[in-house]
Design a binder for this molecule. Sequence first.
Ligand code: ADP
Ligand code: MG
Length: 255
Amino acid sequence: MGAYENVHERLKALGLYTIENTIDNYLSNVKDKSTMEILDHLLSEEVKSKRSREYEAKLRYSGFPFRKTIEEFDFTFQPSIDRSVINDLLTMRFVHEKENVVFLGPPGVGKTHLAIGIGMKAIENDIQVYFVSAIKLIENLKKAYNNRSFDYKIRTYSRFPLMIVDELGYLPLNKEESNLFFQFISSRYEKRSTIFTSNKSFSEWGEILGDEVMASAVLDRILHHCTVINVRGESYRLKERKKNMLASERIGEKK
Ligand code: ADP
Ligand code: MG
């Protein structure tokens, strides 16, 4: 075999598929570049595509129900949110400090969007994130408990430096469930970060968690090192719908 075939075979053997796919075209068009510059270009393209494959794999693994970035969030619609607080969260300092974040507010105001936006930024920073709805989390904890694999499950969750527990409060928990939830919270306390979203105020968490003692034990641990963000205002979904309705009314007027 000649050098041409050898190079292609070796690139494939090493898994350098980006170079393998582009090298012929690049070399036939390249002008006025040193060998080092050519190598640098080809290798940097390979690194870039490796990074984006890894990013995609981590995103898929994270379990986000949708992908929306912080950049896609319209802060002018949500003036109650302090941008500097969000910017601080985006530095990922809170993950290094093992702190929590709680987004509170009515449905549709963007709590899940913000949590996912921060989660996506975490993944960009090589922090593995796991998103789970509160309902699913409780279900998983219960299943593990019944299978005698509760400790294993907790250890699995502990591998994630950042978890997002979405929609706490849609489902009241019974005594067994809130006990399992408490153990989950305790396992992450001062060790791992968690972002929560909830449509219930803290004073209503007693109702979710079955009793006041359990609620205050849970809240104590969540809030000890925590950024709480109250998202007020109107539902974004509703706003979009109203806008569309107004637009169609206006079209109607013209007739
Ligand atoms: P919540 O979790 O508070 O119920 P979501 O985060 O699911 O609300 O938001 C509902 C929808 O509205 C999502 O599609 C989200 O991307 C969008 N949305 C909400 N607030 C904003 C905003 N300020 N800018 C852009 N999109 C928003
Ligand atoms: Mg939500």
